[in-house]
Design a protein around this ligand. Structure first.
Ligand SMILES: NC(=O)C1=CN([C@@H]2O[C@H](COP(=O)(O)OP(=O)(O)OC[C@H]3O[C@@H](n4cnc5c(N)ncnc54)[C@H](O)[C@@H]3O)[C@@H](O)[C@H]2O)C=CC1
Ligand SMILES: O=C([O-])CC(=O)C(=O)O
Length: 250
């Protein structure tokens, strides 16, 4: 199968190195070359699957057109769906094109339990994201905290998953994943913390509902070339593609 990719950063490079069949990249204008095109129009006609590993802006820019053409899209840019208008456009385009937008699980797990628990009703879902200071560089945490001088854990955001996803486009896609699988963007409470002693990119979910309660915690290792992004996020894109092809799925 011919697969295309958007994003040649830390996640995109990992995905290309671990997946066969990625033959074309959708790049910014001016960066075209062999196997690199700058518009959806220029993608090969037999392409049936695109992988967005580029971020919110790229999903907004290319997602609707890709889906409307009947090309399935796997994305890591889940936080972009906190924008209801974009969410609606993606939904509509997928319907029009008969394609599917698959939201990769990214740097978190337990989304299956959360989605099942939602069926019975969820009373409370909270998510906490903790990263070393370098993981917050360039984010909205920077003007709030002196990241370089930090000697103790410091929370720099508390609010809804919607606010977190929109304010931290490169750091709170997990908040969006938890919201989309569970209680929604406005009912999911989020806390974001910079912690000089964090043992990695740490993501924690607490959920209560008719099913009972669960806690989930992951200490993710960051990708070597981007301290913001967990390796598991890249792995989840590869896993999503492999799952599509498997005769028996989980
Ligand atoms: N769902 C999850 O758990 C996670 C999601 N992410 C999302 O994945 C994104 C990518 O992460 P990394 O690879 O670590 O970032 P990165 O900064 O290393 O790479 C981003 C790449 O996307 C390209 N790009 C950005 N906008 C583009 C556009 N409009 N058109 C074409 N190319 C474009 C850049 O040129 C670069 O090659 C993050 O911005 C974040 O939104 C990141 C980590 C976890
Ligand atoms: O990679 C991570 O650890 C999480 C992340 O950046 C995000 O949620 O956007």
């Amino acid at each position: 199968m011919t697969i295309g990719i958007i994003g040649e950063g830390a996640i995109g490079r990992y995905v290309r190195a671990h997946l066969e069949g990625v033959t074309v990249a959708l790049v910014r204008p001016g960066r075209e070359g062999p196997g690199r095109v700058a518009s959806v129009d220029a993608l090969p006609g037999d392409l049936r699957l695109m992988l967005d590993c580029a971020g919110h802006q790229a999903l907004a820019q290319f997602g609707p057109e890709i889906l409307a053409r009947g090309i399935d899209l796997v994305t890591v840019s889940l936080g972009a769906l906190a924008d209801d208008a974009l969410h609606g456009r993606l939904r509509e385009a997928a319907r029009t094109g008969g394609a599917r937008l698959h939201l990769a699980s990214g740097a978190i797990g337990a989304l299956d339990a959360l989605a099942a628990a939602r069926v019975g009703g969820l009373d409370a879902v909270t998510y906490a994201g903790r990263k070393p200071p370098a993981g917050w560089r360039g984010s909205a945490a920077e003007p709030v905290l002196g990241l370089d001088a930090l000697t103790a854990p410091a929370a720099h955001f508390e609010g809804t998953a919607r606010e977190a996803a929109l304010r931290y486009p490169k750091n709170a896609n997990v908040a969006a994943a938890v919201a989309l699988a569970g209680a929604g963007f406005d009912a999911t409470r989020v806390r974001l913390i910079a912690d000089p002693d964090a043992p990695g990119n740490v993501h924690e979910i607490e959920a209560r509902g008719a099913f009972g309660r669960f806690s989930f915690r992951i200490e993710g290792r960051a990708l070597p070339d981007n301290p913001r992004s967990a390796a598991l996020a890249a792995m989840s894109v590869v896993a999503a593609v492999l799952r599509r092809a498997a005769p028996v799925g989980i």
